[in-house]
Design a protein around this ligand. Structure first.
Ligand code: GLN
Length: 223
């Protein structure tokens, strides 16, 4: 191999558009049948995401084991309890399965607990994380007394504010290169995007506003 001019081993394994699963490519969609988008279904707001996906014309797939990731054009990691979800992810092999899906270019959207799991580190105790995004997350970042609240957010790329429903929500305290901040509450980062990943600290599935689901399908999954 020496002398062929190709750099070997020096490139980071980052997702590029061309690496995405075949079904995510518009041109292949019709030939491959309906577009399938997974919702991690171990715990949390599964049904709400499934219903919205169906409304938007994609086939929802409830993901409970590694095999369910096959052929997906996107994966939603919903809200719930990140410590519980992380534990089941590691017991089922899905922690590595989702990482592998992601590093091959598979699009992921983490909401709330899903945003915690997507981060590379937490400010608190150790817990299993997917570590898909170069970010430091503060769990329950808005204080225990403020269990839930709503806030109108200005979101990068949206023409009018999005009402975020926050329930024991996290925020990103810091993000590394390659992470684009999409929305903040004060100085706290509550929505962000990477090459094939989206995170939101709030719960778009609990509102009638499907713009974040549309955004994920369009901007992250390329559907
Ligand atoms: N605070 C929860 C956690 O850290 C997330 C809450 C939610 O998903 N609504 O897992």
């Amino acid at each position: 191999m020496a002398g062929n001019g190709l750099s070997r081993g020096g490139r980071p394994v980052t997702a590029r558009k061309g690496d995405r699963p075949v079904t995510a490519r518009k041109a292949d969609r019709e030939a491959d049948g309906p577009v399938r988008v997974g919702v991690l279904a171990l715990q949390g707001d599964v049904r709400e995401h499934v219903e919205i996906l169906r409304k938007l014309g994609v086939e929802p797939v409830e993901v409970r084991q590694v095999e369910d990731l096959m052929g997906l054009s996107g994966l939603i990691v919903p809200g719930g309890e990140s410590t519980t979800i992380g534990k089941v992810l590691s017991e089922t092999g899905l922690l590595d399965g989702i990482r592998s899906y992601f590093y091959k270019g598979g699009p992921v959207w983490g909401t709330c607990a899903g945003m915690v799991l997507a981060a590379s580190a937490t400010t608190g105790g150790r817990q299993p994380l997917l570590g898909l995004m170069n970010a430091l997350v503060e769990r329950n970042g808005f204080g225990r007394q403020v269990h839930s609240f709503e806030a109108d957010l200005d979101v990068e790329g949206f023409d009018r504010p999005f009402t975020g429903v926050f329930i024991r929500a996290p925020f990103f305290e810091d993000v590394g290169p390659g992470v684009e901040v999409l929305g903040k509450v004060g100085e706290r980062i509550v929505a962000a995007k990477g090459e094939n990943i989206l995170v939101t600290a709030f719960h778009p599935e609990l509102t009638d506003d499907v713009r974040f689901h549309e955004y994920f399908l369009r901007e992250v999954c390329g559907i």
